[in-house]
Design a protein around this ligand. Structure first.
Ligand code: HEC
Length: 112
């Protein structure tokens, strides 16, 4: 019986956690789970071929429309040694999540 109570408690805790975390930080959550491996916590890129989001003439100088298309469908520039995989390699991302993560990237790494 004690075990069941413990499990129920744990389940409601987990539920509460996701209920609180999700609306506030969808973009951050997606970035940290799907994009950070290549783009890095500081947006500077951790693998050769991944651009620095913080550069003035970097990817964030492009429009939202272009960037969301490139994130959704994948993208490789003519001079680039490496491609951005469609949805960062996570096909389950929704259009809304793509919008949110782009918003997060602009907020965190864009020039203000
Ligand atoms: C496997 C590594 C990898 C992962 C994971 C990854 N990216 Fe990228 N990303 C790249 C590379 C490489 C480029 C540069 C492609 C080029 O310029 O040819 C890029 C470019 C971009 C660009 C700029 C596109 C442009 O038009 O210049 C954006 C925005 C971006 N990534 C967002 C994301 C987001 C959002 C995620 C997570 C959902 C993500 N990336 C996950 C490797 C990755």
């Amino acid at each position: 019986m004690a075990n069941i109570k413990f499990l129920l408690g744990l389940t409601s805790l987990l539920f509460l956690n996701s209920a609180i975390a999700a609306p506030a930080g969808v973009g951050k959550t997606v970035f940290e789970s799907t994009c950070i491996a290549c783009h890095g916590a500081d947006g500077g890129g951790v693998i050769p071929g991944v651009p620095d989001f913080k550069r003035k003439d970097g990817p964030l100088s492009k429009s939202d429309a272009v960037l969301s298309k490139h994130v959704t469908e994948g993208f490789q520039g003519p001079e680039s040694p490496m491609a951005m995989p469609a949805k960062g390699g996570n096909p389950s991302l929704t259009n809304k999540e793509v919008r949110e993560v782009l918003k997060y990237i602009r907020q965190e790494f864009g020039r203000r």
